[in-house]
Design a protein around this ligand. Structure first.
Ligand SMILES: *[C@@H]1O[C@H](CO)[C@@H](O)[C@H](O)[C@H]1NC(C)=O
Ligand SMILES: *[C@@H]1O[C@H](CO)[C@@H](O)[C@H](O)[C@H]1NC(C)=O
Ligand SMILES: *[C@@H]1O[C@H](CO)[C@@H](O)[C@H](O)[C@H]1NC(C)=O
Ligand SMILES: *[C@@H]1O[C@H](CO)[C@@H](O)[C@H](O)[C@H]1NC(C)=O
Length: 501
């Protein structure tokens, strides 16, 4: 019942409003109606982000972009040519703006990397991935190092300083989930929609994070869109960043089908390359508020450049001290930026992806940095510092680094029969520590204007919220105790984000 009334509210806010707007357009004049309806139809037919837009739908998207809103609020045609020119100019301007630094080259072959991204359980990795455990350990060794870590003092507004959102507890709430796991088909990958699997317990959907000493503003899609009017939110990170992206799309729409939302991936070069399984990311725009939400796949948060662009099997320079080219290229267009990395930092993944560590533009010879945990720490510090240095140039930008999302393999690891079978939500457990459980993230943001989205300790309590044995991809006997069921735990990351933008 509660879910129904929430959905009904969403329908009124998000579906009814566009319909009314459409009717207004009808009254406004026949030419705009023609544009409107043909575009809407195009999007009814269009596939969601879980499938892979074909070249033809890319064309369709491009044509749709031809529709523009002028200052009088009318839909108006605008020549594509001029727009592409503008886009090219802005690209040029970015290139010029960053020409003093080393940044700016495009990723090598991220498609194959993206393909591997969502398969932490790929059995091919087995042999190479033995050291994952080691890197996990080194992550934890660092746990209590920065005793005076980074909550509060580096955040931007005084209001935030009062609240450490990571302290608190999970409480049952019948107003959860915020969208339906079987309903949000437009944005949710089936592999993460546990409602579509054999799973029968859904108590994990009913939990809300309650910070200890402060009220976390209740998420409302309409409020979010209003606040993000004419703004762009970008997630850049690994598959857990993609989970947060899909979660946000479902939260904003309430899981209700939204044919009016535009696919604007092409504006950011996010189109499927020939032979690729999927594009490097996705970008969607809510036309009524001109709000863009995008995700770009960067597992390591550093610049990956093929050593020999002509050879597909080449090694790739992994520039630990350079941001992903996508970020340096488009940062001027972002108003909210959410970064994450973590689970790709192990020897197996590096070898498999043929990533060779580089520092200062040359192959790394520093043995200390070569150690995986150190390399990750070095990279996280580098990217946070780089973003911090950009912030004065973009006063409208709020940047967040999301701390690591913990794994919960019990009695083994992902490839040795590890499980996360528990279905009982945490009870009576509270996070009381002041410091982040992710000391690398905590240390990196300290003294910068980059804010920490500190989710680690709260998530350590949520071993029952993973995909577990219900993973569509996992082979029998293997479980996904890394990714989370959606709706579920990642929704909280967006609630925490919403409270701070
Ligand atoms: C067009 O812009 C006007 C004025 O900024 C705004 O009121 C209206 O909602 C916009 N319409 C669309 C379709 O974005
Ligand atoms: C970028 O730099 C090039 C070469 O220096 C120059 O020709 C071009 O006008 C610049 N573009 C912008 C948008 O500043
Ligand atoms: C991470 O790198 C920073 C900056 O070099 C350093 O101060 C910090 O001690 C390192 N942390 C760990 C856990 O190695
Ligand atoms: C939408 O927002 C962008 C900034 O993100 C702005 O440049 C653009 O003019 C806006 N478009 C409309 C139609 O208002």
């Amino acid at each position: 019942m509660a879910a129904f009334s929430a959905e009904f509210r969403w329908f009124v806010q998000n579906a009814l409003f566009p319909i009314l707007f459409f009717l207004l357009q009808v009254l406004n004049g026949p030419s705009s109606v023609g544009d409107m309806s043909s575009n809407s139809n195009a999007y009814v037919d269009k596939q969601g982000p879980t499938s892979h837009p074909a070249a033809s739908s890319f064309e369709m998207t491009k044509n749709t972009k031809n529709q523009q809103n002028d200052s009088k609020g009318k839909v108006k045609d605008k020549p594509i040519q001029g727009e592409e020119k503008n886009l090219k100019q802005s690209d040029q301007a970015t290139a010029n703006a960053s020409s003093s630094s080393l940044w700016g080259r495009e990723n090598g072959n991220p498609m194959t990397l993206a393909e591997q991204e969502d398969q932490p359980d790929d059995s091919k990795e087995k042999a190479k991935d033995k050291q994952e455990k080691n890197s996990k350990q080194s992550e934890q060794v660092t746990k209590h190092e920065n005793s005076k870590s980074s909550r509060g003092e580096e955040t931007m507004s005084p209001a935030d300083q009062a609240c450490n959102y990571a302290k608190g507890k999970w409480v049952k709430d019948n107003r959860r989930p915020l969208y339906s796991g079987s309903g949000c088909k437009q944005w949710l990958s089936p592999m993460w929609a546990c409602r579509l699997t054999q799973r029968t317990d859904f108590s994990y959907e009913k939990l809300r994070w309650q910070p200890k000493n402060c009220i976390m503003e209740e998420f409302e899609g309409s409020k979010f869109l209003k606040r993000m009017k004419d703004k762009t939110l970008a997630f850049i990170g690994d598959s857990l960043g993609r989970q947060q992206f899909q979660s946000l799309m479902c939260m904003v729409t309430g899981g209700i089908e939204r044919p009016d939302v535009l696919d604007v991936g092409w504006e950011y070069g996010l189109v499927k390359a020939r032979g690729a399984v999927r594009p490097d990311g996705w970008a969607y725009r809510f036309p009524w508020t001109n709000t863009t939400i995008l995700y770009y796949w960067s597992a390591s948060l550093c610049n990956i450049v093929p050593l020999d662009a002509a050879n597909p099997a080449t090694d790739h320079a992994m520039h630990l001290d350079q941001p992903p080219a996508f970020l340096s290229r488009y940062i001027h267009m972002f108003n909210v930026l959410v970064l994450n990395t973590g689970h790709h930092w192990n020897r197996g993944k590096l070898m498999q992806n043929r990533w060779v560590m580089h520092v200062g533009g040359v192959q790394n010879t520093n043995r200390k940095i070569a150690e995986i945990g150190q390399a990750k720490n070095f990279t996280v510090y580098s990217i946070v510092r780089w973003v911090d240095l950009q912030l004065p140039k973009y006063p409208g930008l709020k940047a967040f680094y999301r701390s690591i999302s913990p794994r919960h393999f019990f009695n083994g690891d992902w490839n040795t029969g590890g499980t996360c079978d528990n279905t009982t939500p945490p009870e009576g457990k509270e996070v009381l520590q002041d410091e982040s459980s992710d000391s690398v993230a905590g240390g990196a943001v300290k003294g910068t204007r980059v804010r920490l989205l500190d989710i680690t300790a709260p998530l350590e309590l949520r071993d029952e919220g993973h995909i577990s044995r219900y993973s569509i991809r996992a082979t029998p006997g293997m479980q996904d105790c890394l990714h989370w069921c959606l709706p579920g735990v990642p929704d909280m990351w967006n609630e925490m984000l919403f409270a701070q933008i």
